[in-house]
Ligand binder design. Structure first.
Ligand code: C2G
Length: 131
């Protein structure tokens, strides 16, 4: 049983997120998504449209996701990888190199981001449309 782990805010879930989750899941048999809490989003200077609970419900409905747990800070990755026995850590390549310290504990894979889509862009467009 190959276990994959990935991290993110996954706000206003879009096909770029799904493309990442699909490819991450395809690297193993079980995908754990560590979902940024609302408080941690503030640390990341991100405000999400949906709350943690709402983003969790949406992700849990995704066929590629097996478990959703909270991400509270930058420091929890080594513990998570060990606690959840992750064999592979996956992130989009906008993070390339940032998490290589995890190579001691598991395989680290950076996947190409899906171009031209991001939650911020979607939210801006919707805001303009409504105004
Ligand atoms: N992503 C992607 N293509 C996009 C947008 C996002 O492949 N067009 C990927 C990102 O690279 C990331 C994942 O989808 O791997 C989630 O994206 P975000 O929610 O923006 O995650 P981020 O805020 O980068 O959080 O500790 C790590 C952080 O929590 C990562």
């Amino acid at each position: 049983m190959k276990r994959v782990i990935t991290y993110g805010t996954f706000d206003v879930l879009h096909y770029g997120h799904i493309n990442l989750l699909k490819r991450a899941r395809a690297l193993g048999d079980y995908l754990i998504v560590v979902l940024s809490s609302d408080e941690f989003n503030k640390v990341k200077n991100k405000t999400s449209y949906y709350t943690y609970e709402q983003r969790k419900i949406i992700l849990e409905a995704c066929r590629y996701v097996d478990l959703v747990i909270p991400e509270y800070d930058w420091e929890q990755k080594v513990d998570d990888v060990q606690k959840y026995q992750a064999d592979i850590f996956v992130m989009g390549d906008d993070w390339k190199g940032q998490f290589d310290f995890l190579k001691e504990y598991c395989e680290v894979v950076y996947l190409p981001r899906t171009p031209d889509v991001c939650s911020t862009k979607t939210k801006k467009y919707l805001k303009q449309k409504d105004s």
